[in-house]
Write a protein of this length. Structure first.
Length: 166
């Protein structure tokens, strides 16, 4: 007989006094409920963490290759696409997509509000699948490499702050 079973039989035996039996049962139920709540909260937290990670990665990326400089602003010096490592990256395992981008800080002004933003310029090779799943209002931007466009896609939070509607 193992030690745990020996202790359990000693505590819950029927020939002992009946005073401790309800106390032991209440404590067993309490510990079971507490453990179930902890397991459930851990599962929910892990699920939220995964969902938030996917959104952060969807708006940004896992890896960004930028020029090395001491510039602390959101605008970085451009990196030439003609790099020796660039063609071989697309063939590497684990890399789904490579795209070029540019960032620039700016201001968006409505009639009575001004909001600072960081604009992300994209090219025709932009992977639109994340934004297609998460767009709340409006349409995705259609990019034609032959002509310039003034279309923008802004977050729901900024649209609400600036009181923009479609």
């Amino acid at each position: 007989m193992n030690f745990e079973l020996f202790i359990a039989r000693g505590i819950l035996s029927k020939d002992k006094n009946n005073f401790s039996r309800p106390i032991v049962r209440i404590s067993i139920i309490s510990i079971s409920l507490g453990l179930a709540v902890m397991i459930l909260s851990l599962a929910i937290t892990t699920g939220f963490k995964d969902a938030i990670s996917q959104k952060v990665i969807g708006f940004g990326s896992h890896i960004k290759i930028t020029s090395f400089d001491l510039n602390k602003s959101f605008e970085s010096s451009p990196v030439d696409m003609q790099q020796p490592f660039y063609p071989s990256l697309a063939d590497s395992t684990g890399i789904r997509h490579i795209q070029v981008f540019a960032t620039k800080s700016g201001l968006v002004k409505s009639e009575d509000q001004i909001q600072g933003i960081v604009m992300k310029g994209i090219w025709s090779d932009f992977d639109r699948s994340f934004f297609a799943k998460n767009i709340v209002e409006g349409d995705l931007i259609t990019i034609d490499p032959e002509k310039r466009t003034n279309d923008i896609l802004i977050s729901k939070r900024i649209a609400d702050k600036l009181e923009f509607n479609l």
